[in-house]
Design a protein around this ligand. Structure first.
Ligand code: COA
Length: 586
């Protein structure tokens, strides 16, 4: 089928649908929802069999839904309506939630139902539910709806609000007053629920030490005592605030501003000079798991295997985070384990250098340089491990340099639903480093490496295996992936030919090094990066500004909007032959 994905942005769900639909032979093109006329033009150009809307903030124009079947993904159970579906479900502590695919009509989220699925809720933040349970259910619902549409016999069901089995109801926007924390009354569970219901967007508005800001990424703390509402400790950029019955860690804040909107940064950085007297309470990544608390880097061992977790918010890795991870990696290298698994985080494996921290730096160019060098140092340490076999375990999505960080490990394993974006070009023509010029071609060959980095399209885990980018993918969800991973890692550590495998890896590295040293790859990559950061062309700085400040798209990039590519090329040709003016006039 010809499927037009109409979406506010090419977010993780839209990307996942893109990879699933193209893998099934559908012809997919993408249009950002910018204005009704633009949507109408896209539909006219592409002539889709169906429009699928995974993520919209506005209604589809009647001119489109009245002439084409438009399937809208709503992250709520049947009968639920409104823009804060998941937010309400988390805030109200629902045990089960769901996804519904409806046919767009005049009532927002009120159309006939093509497919719906329920899932058990997990105690986590909204964005994590969205990237896992919602995404998996949405993919199944959209695939089911397309099959039903193709069969031609299915009639979508209108909502029968009088049916007592329908538990969903129209809900209004969840406002900041309803999200607000009352530190003198709310217990830890309530504070966590409020922040998690609002994370990654819009956050919970609060005032901390005189700074109006939105709160993100909260974790319970059960041992540090403190007065409710008081900051009692800091750790790796996070702040710990007392509640009436315990405390919570909050890792990120976004300043509220009447001018240019703020962006998320580590909490301690936003509060800067206001934290005098607050003790820093570091926690060793190697300290055994104990009472509830928060730490970004955590090491555990079982069955002769070491597991290094790095749960960095949004998968972004700042200079400091890279360095702390590299220190932990070095220490893990000294542990008596044969296999070391790099776990990344549950939601993201890694998304490369920390663009928000770079944006906030006094010199973004200098900070970019420091950050990419810290990433390279980490990749190098992984590549130079001669005593262990390393596995990269991609539980969640990875982007840009984050993908190449995984390729530095000996084997790359991914959860089935993971989507990878192994390219940098979209960030203002960034060249990229992380030894990608060594790591990518050696896995997929020069030609494919060029296609992957130039096409700038998301790649699903199964396709990544076919391409050779990833060695294996398995596990329908994070729990299944973890247990499959554990079995594989332990089998590898216990395998009779372990010593031989390790020797082969060391020999291969030595051969590659003799052919072309890693330092040469790095130096060449960094030459390009220096131009990106310090050169005359400001594209990277402009693109980063747009990304960090979430500047709305003014058009759909041509590598996504297949339906616009021909027109563009035709216009280029006409411009070349001087007949553009004639065409414009006609
Ligand atoms: N630095 C800082 N923040 C980052 C980030 C990075 N490298 N990568 C992602 N994020 C943040 C996003 O701003 C977003 O923040 P929010 O919680 O405020 O909404 C969040 O992570 C999720 O990202 P989003 O873009 O919504 O996720 P996605 O799954 O739709 O898309 C990517 C994933 C990787 C394609 C996209 O995030 C991206 O292009 N990231 C930048 C990658 C990059 O260029 N890195 C630098 C070069 S190594």
């Amino acid at each position: 089928m010809r499927v037009l994905l109409l979406t506010h942005s090419f977010n993780s769900l839209a990307q996942r649908l893109y990879v699933e639909l193209t893998a099934r032979g559908h012809q997919v093109s993408i249009e950002f929802d910018i204005a009704d006329e633009v949507t109408e033009e896209a539909v006219a150009l592409f002539a889709p069999d169906v429009v699928v809307a995974p993520f919209l903030k506005r209604a589809i124009p009647e001119s489109v839904w009245s002439r084409h079947v438009c399937l809208v993904v709503h992250p709520g159970i049947v009968g639920d309506r409104g823009p804060s579906a998941l937010d309400w479900a988390i805030l109200e502590g629902k045990q089960e939630w769901g996804v519904t695919v409806l046919q767009a009509n005049a009532v927002m989220d009120g159309g006939d139902i093509w497919a719906a699925e329920a899932f058990p809720m997990r105690d986590t933040r909204k964005s994590s539910l969205y990237r896992n349970e919602v995404t998996e259910a949405a993919v199944r619902c959209v695939l089911a709806a397309l099959e039903r549409l193709a069969a031609g016999t299915f009639r979508p069901k209108p909502l029968d609000a009088s049916d007592p089995a329908i538990r969903g109801r129209p809900r209004p926007l969840l406002r900041q007053e309803q999200r607000a924390i009352d530190w003198s009354r709310d217990d830890t569970g309530t504070v966590l629920r409020k922040i998690r219901a609002s994370d990654g967007f819009p956050g919970v508005l609060d005032e901390i030490r005189g700074v109006e800001c939105f709160l993100y990424n909260a974790w319970p703390e059960s041992e540090l005592p403190g007065a409710p509402g008081e900051i009692i400790a800091t750790r790796d950029g996070a702040i710990c605030i007392g509640t009436v019955d315990g405390a919570v860690w909050i890792t990120h804040l976004k300043r509220r501003s009447d001018g240019e909107p703020g962006f998320k940064l580590p909490a301690a950085r936003v509060l800067e000079h206001r934290l005098q007297g607050v003790p820093a309470v570091p926690l060793d990544p190697f300290a055994p798991e104990g009472a509830a608390t928060w730490r970004e880097i955590r090491y555990a061992e079982a069955g002769g295997v070491g597991y290094l977790h790095f749960e960095f918010y949004n998968g972004a890795m700042s200079t400091d985070q890279c360095q702390r991870l590299q220190n932990a990696y070095a220490k893990a290298g000294e542990r008596p384990v044969k296999v070391l698994v790099l776990m990344g985080g549950q939601d993201f494996w890694c998304n490369g250098i920390h663009l928000n921290q770079i944006e906030a730096a006094e010199s973004p160019a200098d900070e970019s340089w420091a950050n990419i060098n810290a990433m390279d140092d980490l990749c190098l340490a992984i590549l130079q491990n001669r005593g262990q076999l390393t596995l990269a375990a991609m539980q969640g999505n990875g982007g840009a340099g984050g993908v190449f960080l995984a390729l530095a490990a000996d084997r790359v394993l991914a959860r089935e639903g993971v989507v990878l974006n192994p390219h940098y070009k979209g960030m203002g023509n960034l060249f990229g480093s992380e030894y990608w010029t060594y790591l990518l071609p050696r896995r997929v060959g020069e030609e494919r490496a060029k296609a992957i980095t130039e096409n700038r399209l998301p790649i699903g885990a199964r396709t990544a295996v076919e391409l050779g980018l990833v060695d294996e993918c398995f596990g329908a969800d994070v729990t299944a992936f973890e247990s499959g991973l554990r079995a594989r890692a332990e089998a590898l550590a216990a395998s009779p030919d372990f010593a031989q495998r390790l020797a082969e890896k060391v020999q291969r590295r030595a051969r590659d090094e003799a052919e072309k040293p890693l330092a040469v790859y790095r130096a060449a990559e960094l030459e390009h990066m220096k131009l990106n950061f310090y050169g005359f062309d400001p594209s990277y700085h402009v693109a980063r500004y747009h990304f960090v400040h979430k500047v709305p798209h003014a058009w759909t990039p041509l590598h996504l909007a297949a339906h616009r590519r021909n027109i563009w090329h035709r216009r280029q040709d006409l411009a070349g032959s001087g007949s553009l003016a004639r065409e414009a006039a006609s």
